[in-house]
Design a protein around this ligand. Structure first.
Ligand SMILES: Cc1cc2nc3c(=O)[nH]c(=O)nc-3n(C[C@H](O)[C@H](O)[C@H](O)COP(=O)(O)OP(=O)(O)OC[C@H]3O[C@@H](n4cnc5c(N)ncnc54)[C@H](O)[C@@H]3O)c2cc1C
Ligand code: SF4
Length: 506
């Protein structure tokens, strides 16, 4: 059953064989497999249960319900915006449905560096196949590419740059274009649609508006989880809940999981917990076209440009280019200027087509707990990554101009504008500084990287914590490093893998 903890009696104690914290692509498969194997399972989810029919397609209503800090989470210096979702289903509720596998070059590199005895490349291949079938992943047909994505294909073709269509996990999509506000048509094959009904049918107890604050442990063993029921509007604590469980699986995301581990003082002699956070920092360039692009219409992000993405270790080209769109509030926060100048640009909205260059980064951030419920994120770009992001700006500008844009705009305090005919090379002359150019990220990962050696990793390649018996991790935090492509498929795969290893180890 699914219960809203904010409406339950003020203090409570539950008992279970397993407590799973977080219900996104990492946690939902673990809870489902364990419940179907006959375990009593309690799932704690900090966000709300939002049914597809409750997605109103309005930014001011949906962003606070779907996103941590209403979509305004930043790094501690307030320069970098890092988007993460909350709600039953995690970030899979509002993500754009792109599904990509991690290439073999990265899987082999992990094997060499981290051991990965439980997850060699062939095990990943089998997991990807399984998860792609479960999520009904398929290529978006060319006939369904909207004008925005066709613009990217046109510009890439004009430059002779490598580009291709993307695969998504959607069934019954009507192309409404509101994916990032939650799907009203239940067309996303996400954790809420694919896994939650199965775990509930198998008897799992799901508590929403219930945020874990600590993993309870003594004598080197887990004994449960302490959580707070939260008011859905104010996020203020309403009551305390304790889950007594001999097994705990943390799946609270690459920020939530290390924050919980550190707040709970879970031992980690490797010192890796919360370090080495990757986020895929991204920059945006908008093109102003004569024709109407109407980027908000149709399926978003169906075409990619991979001309400058080389995922081999040590490669110089590390940017991936896809269209990025926004509804009016999102666009208004990015568009430079104030007053009439801002209004004039907003009036061009139907003609704007933006691209983002996402970086397969070397930089690493740090996550620490903040108070009882929060976390802080420190993240500084290395000079190499700043230079590569600047090249990303130049590449996006070239592509937009090749596709017919009459001018391009780079949002940020150092808002830049280039007219057709000007050389975009100027954009790569200065490295990207977050205090000058808008940089954002939607893919936190690798903050508790798995590895088989307890001296250099807190968690093994089976998801088992090396230093606390009964504790498991299953979310983006355990990816061993940046993957350079959207992570959800890999995190669902990890969820299936960790769920099975947890059952083996029971
Ligand atoms: C705008 C946007 C678009 C994206 N688009 C794509 C895409 O197209 N393709 C793709 O592959 N990836 C995409 N992603 C990324 C992808 O959605 C995430 O990488 C993925 O959902 C992460 O899975 P996870 O299980 O690690 O964490 P999450 O999905 O973040 O789930 C963690 C859950 O744990 C909950 N939680 C956290 N702390 C606690 C706590 N203490 N107690 C209880 N619950 C807690 C959170 O509320 C959340 O629901 C996108 C992300 C964003 C923000
Ligand atoms: S585009 Fe498709 S998946 Fe996205 S919100 Fe609309 S119907 Fe749902």
């Amino acid at each position: 059953m699914i219960h809203d903890a904010s409406t339950l009696p003020l203090s409570g104690r539950l008992k279970a064989d397993l407590c799973v914290v977080g219900s996104g692509p990492g946690g939902a498969p673990v809870a489902t497999l364990a419940a179907e194997a006959g375990m009593s399972v309690v799932v704690l989810e900090a966000g709300a249960f939002i049914r597809p029919g409750q997605s109103s397609q309005r930014e001011e209503e949906m962003l606070p319900r779907l996103m941590w800090y209403g979509g305004n989470q930043t790094s501690t210096d307030r320069r970098l915006r890092i988007l993460q979702g909350h709600g039953l289903g995690g970030s899979s509720l509002h993500n754009i449905n792109l599904c990509k596998r991690v290439p073999d070059s990265i899987l082999k590199h992990w094997q060499q560096q981290r051991g990965m005895q439980h997850l060699p490349p062939q095990a990943w291949h089998a997991l990807y196949q399984e998860v792609e079938a479960l999520l009904e992943v398929s290529a978006v047909p060319e006939a369904a590419w909207n004008a925005h994505n066709r613009m990217l294909a046109r510009g890439s073709a004009a430059l002779g740059w490598k580009h291709e269509g993307l695969s998504h996990n959607r069934t019954g999509c009507v192309g409404s274009g509101f994916c990032e506000l939650g799907c009203s048509y239940d067309a996303k094959n996400n954790a809420l649609k694919v896994f939650v009904p199965r775990m509930v049918a198998a008897g799992a107890t799901v508590l929403v508006q219930a945020q874990a604050t600590r993993v309870l442990h003594e004598g080197g063993r887990v004994r449960g989880v302490e959580a707070l029921a939260l008011d859905p509007l104010t996020r203020q604590p309403l009551g305390r809940i304790e889950i007594e469980a001999p097994r705990v699986c943390l799946a609270a995301s690459a920020t939530g999981t290390p924050a919980l581990l550190l707040r709970s003082k879970v031992p980690d002699p490797s010192g890796q917990t919360g370090r080495s956070l990757r986020i895929h920092p991204s920059v945006i360039v908008a093109g102003d076209f004569e024709e109407r692009i109407e980027a908000w219409k149709g399926i978003p992000q169906t075409v990619e440009c991979t001309e400058h993405l080389d995922l081999r270790e040590g490669a110089a080209d590390r940017t991936w280019i896809v269209p990025v769109f926004g509804h009016p509030v999102g666009v208004a926060t990015l568009i430079p200027g104030h007053g009439e100048a801002h209004q004039a640009l907003m009036e061009r909205l139907p003609h704007l087509g933006a691209l983002t260059a996402m970086l397969h980064e070397e930089s690493a951030g740090r996550v620490k707990p903040s108070g009882e419920l929060g976390w802080s994120i420190r993240y500084t770009l290395t000079p190499q990554d700043q230079a590569e992001l600047a090249r990303g700006l130049e590449r996006c500008a070239r592509l937009l101009l090749a596709a017919g844009a009459r001018r391009v705009l780079v949002p940020g305090d150092r808002a830049l504008s280039l007219e057709a005919g000007q050389d975009p090379a100027v954009l790569a002359e200065r490295p990207v500084r977050v205090e000058e150019v808008d940089v954002s990220a939607v893919h936190p990962m690798a903050s508790v990287p798995m590895g088989d050696d307890p001296a250099t990793a807190a968690v093994g390649s089976d998801g088992r914590h090396h230093h606390l018996a009964g504790l498991w991790l299953s979310d983006g935090s355990i990816l061993p490093g940046s993957i350079g492509v959207p992570p959800q498929l890999s995190i669902y795969a990890l969820g299936m893998h960790v769920g099975r290893r947890l059952l083996d180890g029971t």
